[in-house]
Design a protein around this ligand. Sequence first.
Ligand SMILES: O=C(CO)[C@H](O)[C@H](O)COP(=O)(O)O
Length: 257
Amino acid sequence: MSDTEQQDRLDKEKQRAAAQALRWVRDGMLVGLGSGSTAAYFIQLLGQTLRGGQLQIQATATSLATEALARRAGIPLLEPRRGLRFDLTVDGADEIGPRLTLIKGGGGALLREKVLATSSDYLLIIADSSKLVPQLGQFPLPLEVVPFALPWVLDTVALLGGNPKLRLDKKKAPQPAHSDQGNILVDCHFKSLPDPNQLALQLQDIPGIVEHGLFLGLASAAIVAEGDQLLLLRPSAEPADAASFGELPKEAGPTSL
Ligand SMILES: O=C(CO)[C@H](O)[C@H](O)COP(=O)(O)O
């Protein structure tokens, strides 16, 4: 299969996973909108549904790009405020490991994504089949770092074996990429993460790291499209374990896909 064919196949999988996620959205919900190409498909479909008058929701975006997309799609947006909790957040992932452990932040939106994930009653991940992995760590782990602290953060993460690299701005390379908050994005090449919980604790202790891309114990479910198949994964089982399907409570989404 050529690279273009492979890309097309993954793109179709993203669209199929995104379309399924619509079944989780109920009238009146407050919804967190994720970032990245899979979340973008969901946002477009959600906008179409709202324009069709079938349901009304309000939403908050995990990035400036998502906010702009949601506005274009006609989705009413809420600003952050005290007491705001989301019924559902739908977001993509860069890697989905055992028990729905995740690496996120490939699009640089990890901080806002984690803020919404932890402010949501239900985090639904949507992804193509390339994201399922037996162990996290092949995808470089993103960090959002305060600019002043950068040299010391790089030194400390290197000591942890992270081989940190500054992410470059795609439009202004060799300048470093900045997050929506004006912080610097660093990608850590650990290659494998046998103990993500331990690493998360170590990273949380490093001054200047505003957030890391390990999302542990946050995802409620994941819809992964694999060719014509749709997998519904829950945290209690290994990825792609068929025994984990069909356990969703009715109010939170369909029991099967
Ligand atoms: O974490 C993210 C952005 O910060 C995205 O959800 C992640 O990068 C997946 O993106 P895509 O759906 O384009 O594969």
